[in-house]
Design a protein around this ligand. Structure first.
Ligand SMILES: CC(C)(COP(=O)(O)OP(=O)(O)OC[C@H]1O[C@@H](n2cnc3c(N)ncnc32)[C@H](O)[C@@H]1OP(=O)(O)O)[C@@H](O)C(=O)NCCC(=O)NCCS
Length: 449
């Protein structure tokens, strides 16, 4: 074994441990679009889901089948028909959907049944259980278009799904539901996954999609200066949706986002859009701090917000003890009053519990996160991390490519969150002139990917 291996593998494995502990016994609803399966990604997705399940996560897997149904339709010489972004399911399309769903279920069950030695599935025992867990109702006639056998979820059998999950099985759902008269309705994977996540009050809803996530500037083309937004607060996501045209195709920005927002508003705290094209994207999103796609998160926005002039007193009260013991550099009231709009705060019931400021240096495309403070009675509950994420968002929105901090006491906190130590010479000229060499602060930088 290489001597370096121990020094990379062990810290790496330990860094994942908090996530493993946190997610044990949580419920994730994972919607996999049919395109992922058509692209030959099923084996790896199954391996990753089997591993995630083995770490105690309860998984409901919902598969899509858009390309598979279209393929069946084509074989029958029938064109796929859509309206309002939804399939019109006539008799032939219903037949095709049933055939495609049957075939996919077998393929998925087969993928979870593998267990060859020396593969990630060796020793895994995933029991996959499907069933009639969904009651559906017809979409009906919209603007004069009869959707025939296309349906919507009417009810989710929460008790049935929960008992199956408690029994240790993975629940597999096809986008089909039945009416009380026994009629089958073709549903969409996205609606099924969202309805099930809401009904179960799942901890996460994850869409494995053909898009990589939502970009920081959603309507601009991809590029280095337009990366994926790793976290989108619910309010920002809602605002974005209100400006986007109604989605017609799965690659439209609003297509998955609308479901994430719906789930978040109905109590599913975290919804994710991640790309199937990246191998292992599920693991990267769930077990790595910044993830790979976009997470829409309901972080109770009334408590995390940009500061105003009215917050100056609260900010001063919070940071003063840390200024006095030398953890933070002294800032006077006048300076904070002048810069109040650069601060982000966490407020509960009118009291400021955490804050940080972002001082941009646009000429160097970077910004300083300063005065990061969490009140001693609420440290260790993730507020520091919440503020950091918000500062990162503000920096991205300002077109900055990195943020930096100067710290004497909290270096490791930052390193754990993706910062790297650099020489003070790295600082933008304007900041270097103000650097206090006697204080010997360490300079840490985080690139905003
Ligand atoms: C550093 C600070 C902002 C972290 O805020 P927080 O809300 O407690 O942080 P989180 O809840 O997101 O993270 C808590 C984790 O950070 C660790 N941590 C807290 N302070 C730390 C420090 N100074 N150095 C290294 N790790 C630290 C905790 O032990 C905990 O680790 P765990 O998850 O392994 O249990 C907060 O401790 C603070 O305000 N400290 C005083 C002011 C300060 O030092 N600010 C930085 C100046 S640049």
């Amino acid at each position: 074994m290489s001597a370096v291996f121990n020094f990379t593998f062990v810290p790496w494995f330990r860094s994942v441990a908090p996530y493993i502990h946190k997610f044990r016994n949580q419920t994730f609803v994972v919607g996999v679009c049919g395109e992922a399966i058509a692209a030959g990604k099923l084996a790896h997705i199954a391996q990753d889901l089997a591993l995630i399940q083995s770490m105690g996560v309860k998984i409901v897997l919902v598969h899509g089948f858009r390309p598979q149904v279209n393929e069946q339709l084509q074989a029958k010489g029938h064109a796929a028909k859509y309206s309002h972004g939804l399939r019109i399911t006539d008799e032939v399309a219903l037949d095709s959907a049933q055939e495609a769903a049957g075939q996919l279920r077998y393929e998925i069950e087969a993928a979870f049944s593998q267990g060859l030695p020396n593969t990630p599935m060796a020793g895994s025992t995933v029991r996959v259980i499907s069933g009639n867990f969904l009651t559906a109702r017809p979409v009906g006639v919209l603007d004069g278009v009869d959707f025939q056998h296309s349906g919507m979820v009417r009810k989710v059998d929460v008790g049935g799904i929960s008992r199956t999950l408690d029994f240790g099985a993975m629940v597999l759902l096809s986008p089909f539901g039945f009416s009380p008269t026994g009629e089958a309705f073709n549903l969409t994977m996205e609606e099924v996954a969202t309805s099930v996540a809401i009904a179960l009050q799942a901890d996460k809803l994850i869409f494995l999609t053909e898009i990589p996530g939502i970009r920081v500037k959603p309507l601009d083309p991809e590029g280095e200066d337009n990366p994926i937004a790793t976290e989108l607060p619910l309010a920002a996501a809602e605002q974005l949706l209100s400006h986007l045209p109604s989605p017609q195709h799965p690659t439209d920005t609003a297509f998955y986002l609308q479901h994430c927002v719906q789930a978040c508003k109905a109590g599913v705290e975290r919804s994710h859009i991640i790309p199937f094209a990246t191998d292992g994207s599920l693991m990267l999103e769930i077990y790595v701090h910044d993830g790979i796609g976009t997470m829409v998160v309901d972080e109770k926005l009334e408590s995390l917000r940009e500061a105003t002039g009215d917050d100056v007193g609260g900010i001063l009260q919070l940071i003063e003890p840390f200024e006095n013991d030398g953890t933070l550099v002294k800032r006077g009231r006048t300076e904070i009053e002048r810069d109040a709009n650069l601060y982000t705060v966490v407020e509960h019931d009118g009291v400021i519990f955490a804050c940080a400021a972002l001082y941009p240096y646009p000429e160097a495309k970077t910004g300083e996160m300063a005065a990061l403070t969490v009140s001693p009675q609420s440290q260790g509950q993730g507020d520091g991390e919440k503020i950091l994420k918000r500062i990162e968002q503000r920096a991205r929105a300002n077109g900055l490519q990195s943020i930096f901090v100067l710290t004497t006491r909290a270096m490791h906190w930052f390193i754990k969150r993706g910062f790297v130590l650099v020489d003070p010479d790295w600082l933008p000229e304007a900041r270097k002139r103000k650097y206090n060499w006697d204080r010997k602060s360490q300079v840490l930088v985080k690139k905003l990917g």
